[in-house]
Design a protein around this ligand. Structure first.
Ligand code: NAX
Ligand code: ADP
Ligand code: K
Length: 449
């Protein structure tokens, strides 16, 4: 049972290809069932277990696990409505010698294991199946899904049938998009990967802990990274971004706009068209609090023309022509509304849509939300899982933009800089607890840096 950070994310087709490359499928199912049995056995302690088995190989895993856990001394019951259809599942069912109860009348157990459907789900669950799953899950004290909660669409995280909220999902071989993308991801609970001996690779990964550049004895304020934040109509938002850049580790932050007061380490200057003519600037952040009034388009054009690496957020995303050529390295940080404005109706999953957008804009895109997807023009993707819902507050996006500016200015390449900023942002939110405000979040960056 391994945490998922850094794991490749596999679609159904990629998972099938990886499995096929592994040889004997019966051996694979036996390994999957054994891994499930070991994990569920550990989670269950001495409590009784009810395994719900479906007609495909997900159900097959359930029958194998039932047999192995029974042999290991656990109290296991099995419930299923449909006879197995795949050769593997038929064989696994045959080797389970205990009774199989109908789902509709099965009595609950403290440990519920859902082996109804995995990557093979092609349509919503039948009402009676969904009802039994919910009834038995509601009555259990620990809910465990095998591979995926039954009812979710593996490749895009939609929910043809809303499953119960699971405590743990045991992903076989690798996480799938539905383990990370909402709304499915929320129903999966804690996701752990079970190694079943299938080598997995891909260009989409779960966001991993970044390697952050730390200062050394030779460091000075400019070498740590100089960030210029272009202000506009709303000083507060640009100041939050500035503060976040400082807290994320920038050595020098220049705030170009109106406003005064702490922090005293923030260098304030009024905006002027030559304000970015400083070769020491490592990154320019534009958008937080920029507004859309007179002169804002000119500020964006100046920033883009400066040749400095860019973080373009908020209002600047409403002014940007994504198809116009840019020379400088760029990170765009749209939320769902800004993404739709820039790229139109999304196609495919959030992973697919963000990857296509990054190619089109020739920029790293941080497509924000409870399931933030980061994509690079070369096709690499990182998905951030498990951030605090309390991030849904005004100003938290400004904090992210400032942190991204600090990471770029510190010298990280744009995809890594974006990932590091999202990681720090999530970690800062985690230490802030509940109902924090964006100012707290910016301050907490120092604690997780
Ligand atoms: N292929 C392999 O070698 C391995 C597969 N494994 C397991 O196999 C799963 C995938 O197996 P399958 O491809 O058989 O898929 P599933 O077990 O998810 O289900 C597919 C079956 O259910 C039917 N079905 C789909 N949606 C339905 C619905 N809403 N109501 C009723 N029936 C429905 C399909 O017609 C098919 O018969 C994985 O999630 C994993 O748990 C593991 O055993 C590892 C090895
Ligand atoms: N429900 C949620 N769970 C986790 N993170 C969220 C959630 N809602 C928003 N976020 C994160 O909070 C930030 C909000 O940014 P944004 O919408 O730009 O707000 P603002 O412009 O007010 O700063 C983004 O980093 C986003 O990923
Ligand atoms: K399942």
């Amino acid at each position: 049972m391994t945490p998922i950070d850094g794991y490749p994310i596999l679609t159904t087709a990629a998972m099938r290809a990886a499995e096929e490359a592994c040889g004997d499928p019966a051996m694979l199912m036996e390994r999957a069932g054994a891994a499930v049995a070991a994990a569920v056995g550990r989670l269950a302690g001495g409590s009784a277990i009810l395994i719900l088995c479906g007609p495909g190989n997900n159900g097959g895993d359930g029958y194998v696990a039932a047999r192995l856990m029974t042999a290991a001394g656990h109290a296991v019951r099995v419930a299923a409505d449909d006879e197995p259809r795949s050769a593997l599942a038929i064989d696994a069912r045959r080797r389970w010698t205990g009774p199989v109860e109908p789902l509709g009348t099965a009595l609950p157990a403290p440990i519920l294991v859902d082996a109804l459907f995995g990557t093979g789900l092609t349509r919503p669950l039948e009402n009676r199946t969904a009802a039994a799953l919910h009834r038995l899950a509601d009555a259990a004290s620990l809910r465990i899904a095998i591979d995926l909660p039954s009812g979710v669409a593996t490749d895009d995280g939609t929910v043809p049938t809303m499953p119960p909220r699971f405590d743990v999902t045991l992903a076989l071989a690798a996480p799938k998009p539905a383990h990370l993308l909402q709304p499915a991801a929320r129903q999966a609970g804690r996701v752990r990967v079970l190694d079943i001996g299938v080598p997995v690779t891909g260009d989409a990964h779960v966001l991993a802990r970044p390697v952050l550049p730390d200062p050394g004895p030779e460091s000075h304020k400019y070498s740590r990274g100089m960030v210029a934040v272009v202000g506009g109509d709303m000083a507060g938002a640009a100041e939050l971004a500035s503060l976040a850049a400082m807290r994320a580790g920038a050595g020098y932050v220049l705030y170009l706009g109106e406003g005064q007061g702490p922090p005293h380490g923030l260098v304030r200057r009024r905006w002027s068209p030559d304000a970015l003519d400083d070769p020491r600037i490592g990154a320019v952040v534009i958008g937080p609090g920029l507004g859309r009034g007179d002169g804002t388009g000119a500020r964006l054009a100046t920033a883009i023309g400066s040749g400095h690496e860019l973080v373009i957020d908020g209002d600047a995303l409403r002014l940007l022509d994504v198809d116009a050529p840019r020379t400088a390295t760029t990170i765009l940080t749209p939320h769902a509304g800004e993404f739709a404005h820039l790229f139109g109706k999304a196609w495919g999953s959030k992973i697919d849509a963000t990857r296509m957008a990054a190619r089109r804009a020739d920029a790293v895109i941080v497509h924000k939300g409870a399931d933030t997807v980061i994509a690079a023009p070369d096709g690499r993707v990182a998905v951030s899982a498990g951030s605090s819902d309390w991030l849904s507050a005004a100003g938290t996006g400004d904090v992210l933009a400032g942190a991204a500016g600090a990471m770029l200015a510190a010298g990280l390449p744009p995809f890594e800089a974006a990932g590091a900023a999202v990681w720090l942002h999530r970690a800062a939110a985690a230490v802030c607890g509940r109902s924090f405000i964006a100012d707290d979040l910016a301050a907490a960056l120092s604690r997780v840096r």
